[in-house]
Ligand binder design. Structure first.
Ligand SMILES: NC(=O)c1ccc[n+]([C@@H]2O[C@H](COP(=O)([O-])OP(=O)(O)OC[C@H]3O[C@@H](n4cnc5c(N)ncnc54)[C@H](OP(=O)(O)O)[C@@H]3O)[C@@H](O)[C@H]2O)c1
Length: 329
């Protein structure tokens, strides 16, 4: 059936300015790291994208290596884009990245000009796009001069293959240097994509201050710690969950009893607030004004609905913040 987007999709989503740029991002964005590769049923991926767009999620985040197999998330997304979303291309912010291993040999990884430019060309082909909205360097490269990597980002913008550029996984000090270099090149850094959740708080006090000061946006990835900050694992490991899938990013042994005790206490607090744990976890990441958007993953459309439901109850009392700090110690 031909997809017709929900006409009231913009009514309830909140759009937040990305740093000091002209671009606004939805408070919730959808990542295609899991559940869009060849190991997933295409129809489920289609339903996830449709539901996300129908509730005002205008930003889809990809990378060259998302799959499995690497590249297959971009290929599948390209197909769904052609079949469902082409009339809406100008209403979408599509990002991709390069920085992790993508192909054999010395030119398929890290941060050289050779790798980044070739990788973006491949991503555009896989997705059937003329340009991406945001192109990221996915992780710092200790061996390539920072200037070379950033000149490559500047170059793809000048070529018209990306509208904006971003950094991911850069620590605070390196991010500050990179942001200054990009500014001097005339291609300001739009956004930084760090891991940030109740369980992963390295950005606080360092990176977030840098981004705020320099007017760069922030999109927090894995805000639910891959599903740990939800009710998914409260009663064991469901067969259809990420932890049961053999993922090296969330294995059953990561769900330690110590963590589960915290999750249960956080869940009780969420219940007292009248929301789900996943909703409280997302609201908590968004409490900081320097965070533009939370970048979630989803395997079911109901998880997207849960995320959007969070927007109705975003605020924390001082007492609730103190309880959370005490639980996380
Ligand atoms: N830049 C980087 O280096 C980097 C690294 C990692 C990720 N990312 C980006 O961040 C995106 C999100 O990462 P992520 O998938 O780890 O994010 P996440 O939001 O922390 O975890 C998503 C998972 O949590 C579970 N979940 C979500 N909502 C739920 C709900 N309401 N109730 C119960 N369980 C729920 C689902 O797991 P089940 O599958 O078990 O249902 C879902 O797949 C990626 O797609 C990618 O775009 C970037």
């Amino acid at each position: 059936m031909v997809y017709q987007a929900n006409p009231s999709r913009y009514a309830t989503m909140e759009y937040r300015r990305c740093g000091r740029s002209g671009l606004k991002l939805p408070a919730i964005s959808l990542g295609l790291w899991h559940n869009f590769g060849d190991a997933t049923l295409l129809d489920n991926s289609r339903q996830l994208l449709r539901r996300a767009f129908d509730v005002g999620i205008t930003h889809f985040d990809l990378a060259n290596n998302y799959g499995p197999l690497p590249g297959s998330a971009e290929e599948n997304f390209g197909r769904l884009l052609r079949e469902d979303f082409l009339p809406y291309r100008d209403q979408l912010i599509i990002s991709s990245k390069a920085g992790y291993t993508m192909w054999d040999g010395p030119y398929g990884d890290w941060g050289s000009r050779k790798y980044l430019i070739a990788s973006l060309d491949q991503s555009l082909k896989r997705m059937g796009l003329e340009y991406v909205d945001i192109f990221y360097h996915h992780r710092p490269d200790p061996d390539t001069p920072l200037e070379e990597t950033l000149c490559a980002l500047d170059h793809v913008v000048r070529q018209g293959k990306a509208l904006y550029v971003g950094l991911s996984n850069y620590p605070a000090e390196l991010a500050a240097r990179a942001i200054d270099i990009l500014q001097d090149l005339g291609t300001p850094c739009l956004i930084h994509q760090p891991k940030y959740s109740l369980f992963e708080r390295w950005v606080e006090g360092g990176l977030l201050n840098v981004l705020q000061e320099k007017g760069v946006g922030c999109i927090a990835f894995s805000p639910l710690a891959g599903g740990q900050l939800t009710d998914r694992y409260l009663n064991g490991i469901p067969a259809d969950s990420r932890a049961a899938s053999g993922s090296r990013f969330l294995s059953p042994d990561q769900l330690t009893e110590e963590k589960q005790v915290k999750v249960r206490k956080l869940n009780e607090l969420a219940e007292r607030r009248g929301q789900k744990l996943s909703q409280m976890a997302l609201a908590w990441v968004l409490r900081d004004e320097s965070v533009t958007s939370v970048l979630i993953g989803a395997s079911k459309t109901s998880q997207i609905d849960d995320a959007v439901g969070m927007l109705a109850h975003r605020h924390f009392t001082d007492a609730e913040r103190a309880v959370i700090e005490a639980i996380l110690v």
